[in-house]
Design a protein around this ligand. Structure first.
Ligand code: MTE
Ligand code: HPA
Ligand code: MOS
Length: 770
């Protein structure tokens, strides 16, 4: 399989995203661009203004009397089950008896136009009985109010090891949540068909789950519901579970009215109503030796889960499995607390708990270094996982592909890290207002869904008699280039030009029972499934060709759009025609399951990851100690992509993930008031990074000659999420700059996001006498 990576027509490093031109010229079709069907209704949601309240009654009669208003529906109108929970049960699509956050949908208004629906929402009378909300992680923790049973990862005897250690430190740190701020907000269009059939166009990473949600809410079997998505205008995890709610409510209106119905959230509605990244608070206790080697560690990871469990158990499991990052922790206890709060459900976001797990261990290493007057880099070195020994994670998986030391040494050498540090010392000695900081960040990220059952994929490939190929698989396209990568795989299998492969929308009636496109595993899973389908067809074509040429099957060669046997050849189209004439099928479904995975959610142990993705970044920042403003001046990245399926796409993923991570750690701050109302629900108050926040010097290198040691598709590695965590180097560099603003004897008190306000406060504290 390894030598198969010879894509004809264009070298794989020249192929661009199939929709690149359509994206920038506005020709790419999103759901809201689809031609409107006659009688399509527009939906606007009525949402709770209170964070916690009993819903005593809802009266839609005034709204219904308005011109154009066709329906006002509530949970009472649901004929099936009002439950769209992805993992546990009991998560209503629309609040029934109790509203659990400000923004919780309690009713839907459907009208002929959006404006009519928008105005009519104000006329829906909801009688609430206000209840005491729990808004803070700490308050939920004190009440032991969790969305599911708190999980713990344990290895060895951390208490004994900490007691016996030469040094011991405690501390705390916290990181904020993050809004996905995809360009296309959540949207679904439901079109009723014959009988109880429902066709749903949904901007979702998880068509199968949207199908299940619609079928449950409508009370119809899965085979009555088809979900389709051509592409999303960004998703970032925010469309893994949340679109199911939107699809189910659009379908509810379509089924009740018999008319097509569209639910498209305005930006601020999307920000208020749908879930975000989990914010965390951490407490730690660590024992270590004279050199800084960790002997025992205990971390409490207190996560905001929001009003329901949603995907929190997967996210928290991933935090617990990334609290080690690149370090061997032979005696460790990581305790997770999924705190139930009266705020919107926290959900998947690029990294899926991994970034949060890594932030705390890096803070701890920094603390140890400060205590022993050593650099963070020295403490890391002592604690890095080994390759032959010291290579078992706290959850019991043996790491067999560790390259973190080589990767880190390589980048540090390449950019003269030690020299840069000295130059920064000099700068800081000469400047009192501006202070620079620099930090590295090594990343080890586990690839696979941490729930083994989800690591499967299907594909459907047809070859037509003119030699054109139709490709379908269970993965969804959200901008990450999955469709392009999978098309490359099929083009490679058939040795035809990539233009010959028609990429098609993801649909639940073509490939059923799929997983979300998530966990960065889209190309690993769907690439393999499509390769399997293509190879089945190819095997039949080989048989036909052998008979045609009077050659043996192993003499048949597919090369540059032609098929060779003996001294003769046929075009791919001619062979397709002959295969049809021979009455052999030119269509196949493919399937793949990732081998050798295990995970016990009760003991939180096993080998949940097929392999690890590695990367390292070094970022240099400057802060203004008078205003707290900061800039990232330069970033260097070395990222392991295995044998990249598409380096252009992978560069884009690295850039985008890194800048998105920077936003999370520096400028993006979610603020709720004391009533649980989100105050930052638009771009004026919620600052995502802009083009000028991208480091002016931004050097990205993909590790050369690094085929995946595991037999993934063409030995590639996943790339979607891992580089987000490289942005932690920015946050660590900002802490370094704050520390250097003082006399160097104090550790900065700076959580994430390190906004200008937070930096200014931290600088003031560090410069305070006593
Ligand atoms: N890239 C773009 N452009 N848009 C996105 O929404 N989502 C990220 C990442 N890259 C995203 C993206 C997330 S959260 C994941 S899990 C992966 O893409 C999913 O796709 P993959 O498995 O095909 O990498
Ligand atoms: N990543 C994304 N989504 C998931 C995962 C994961 O690891 N596990 C379950 N859903
Ligand atoms: Mo990505 S958070 O796994 O959708």
């Amino acid at each position: 399989m390894d030598d198969a990576q010879n894509i004809v027509g264009a070298a794989h490093d020249k192929i661009q995203h199939d929709s690149a031109v359509k994206h920038v010229t506005g020709k790419a079709l999103y759901i809201d661009d689809m031609p409107s069907l006659p009688n399509t209704l527009q939906i606007v949601l009525v949402t709770s203004p209170l964070a916690h309240a009993n819903i005593k009654s809802i009266d839609g009669s005034l709204a219904l009397a308005e011109v154009g208003v066709v329906a006002v529906l509530t949970a009472k109108d649901i004929e099936g089950h009002n439950d769209i929970a992805p993992i546990f049960a009991g998560e209503p699509a629309i609040a029934d008896k109790v509203a659990e956050y400000v923004g919780h949908p309690v009713a839907v208004v459907a009208a002929e136009t959006y404006d009519q629906a928008f105005q009519a929402v104000k006329l829906v009378k909801v009688d609430y009985e206000e209840l005491e909300p729990v808004l803070l992680i700490k308050d939920a923790l004190a009440k032991e109010q969790f969305t599911y049973t708190p999980p713990t990862v344990t290895q060895g005897d951390p208490d004994k090891a900490m007691d016996a250690a030469a040094h011991r430190l405690q501390g705390e740190v916290a990181c904020g949540g993050q809004d996905h701020f995809y360009l296309e907000a959540n949207v679904a269009l439901a079109v009723p068909g014959e009988d109880k059939d429902m066709m749903v166009y949904s901007s979702t990473q998880h068509p199968t789950e949207a199908q299940h949600g619609v079928s449950r809410v409508l009370g119809v079997p899965s085979n009555a519901v088809t979900v389709e998505v051509r592409r999303m205008g960004g998703a970032f995890g925010g469309k893994e579970s949340q679109p199911t709610i939107i699809a189910a409510l659009a379908a509810l209106v379509a089924s009740k009215t018999g008319q097509p119905a569209k639910l498209r959230l305005r930006r601020d509605a999307d920000m208020i109503i749908t879930g975000k990244r989990h914010d965390f608070e951490f407490d730690y206790d660590v024992g270590f030796d004279e050199e800084g080697r960790i002997e025992g560690i205990d971390i409490a990871m207190m996560m905001r889960s929001g009003n329901v469990a949603d995907l929190s158990s997967g996210v928290l499991a991933r935090s617990l499995c990334h609290g080690d990052n690149c370090y061997y922790l032979k005696n460790a206890r990581f305790r997770g607390y999924p705190c139930k709060t009266n705020t919107v459900s926290n959900t998947a976001f690029r990294g899926f708990g991994g970034p949060q797990g890594m932030i705390v261990i890096e803070t701890i290493l920094e603390h140890i270094g400060h205590h022993l007057s050593k650099s963070l880099d020295e403490i890391r070195k002592i604690n890095f996982y080994g390759t032959e020994d010291r290579n078992v994670t706290p959850y019991g998986q043996t790491i067999t592909d560790n390259i973190i030391v080589e990767l880190t040494d390589c980048l540090m050498g390449e950019i003269n890290y030690e020299g840069r540090k000295k130059a920064i010392d000099k700068f800081n000695a000469e400047n009192s207002t501006l202070k620079k900081g620099i930090a590295a960040m090594p990343v080890k990220f586990g690839i696979s869904f941490n729930m083994p059952a989800l690591n499967q994929a299907g594909a459907l490939v047809h070859v037509y008699t003119d030699g054109s190929v139709h490709l379908n698989h269970g993965g969804t396209e959200m901008g990450q280039g999955l469709f392009t990568k999978v098309a490359q795989v099929v083009a490679t299998a058939f040795q035809v030009d990539i233009d010959n492969i028609k990429i098609s929308s993801t649909r639940t009636d073509k490939v059923p029972n799929t997983s979300a496109t998530a966990a960065s595993a889209g190309s690993d899973l769907n690439g393999m499934a499509a390769f399997d389908a293509a190879n089945q067809i190819k095997a039949r074509m080989v048989g036909v060709a052998a008979r045609h040429f009077g050659a043996s099957e192993d003499e048949i060669e597919f090369r540059q759009n032609r098929i060779y046997g003996g001294n003769e050849s046929l075009s791919f189209a001619e062979l397709a025609q002959k295969t049809w004439e021979a009455r052999e099928s030119l269509s196949a479904t493919g399937f793949y399951q990732t081998p050798d995975l295990s995970w016990d959610p009760i003991t939180c142990s096993g080998s949940p990851f097929y392999y690890f993705s590695y990367g390292v970044s070094i970022s240099e920042v400057v802060i203004d100690t008078l205003t707290g403003e900061s800039r990232t001046l330069r970033t260097d990245i070395l990222q392991d992509c295995g044998k990249s399926l598409n380096p252009r796409v992978d560069y884009g993923q690295i850039e985008g993930a890194y800048v998105q991570g920077m936003g999370w750690l520096t400028s993006e701050e979610l603020v709720w008031n004391d009533k649980g109302r989100l105050l930052t629900h638009g771009p004026s108050t919620y600052k995502i990074p802009g083009s000028r926040d991208v480091p002016p010097e931004f050097n990205i290198h993909i590790l050369d000659d690094a085929p995946n040691r595991m037999p993934t598709i063409f030995r590639s590695k996943a790339i979607g999420e891992p580089p987000l965590m490289l942005a932690i180097s920015v946050w660590l560099a900002l802490r370094d700059a704050v520390k250097r603003s003082g006399d160097g004897t104090k550790l900065p008190k700076l959580n994430a996001p390190a906004t200008p306000e937070a930096i200014l406060k931290a600088v003031t504290e560090i410069r305070a006498v006593n």
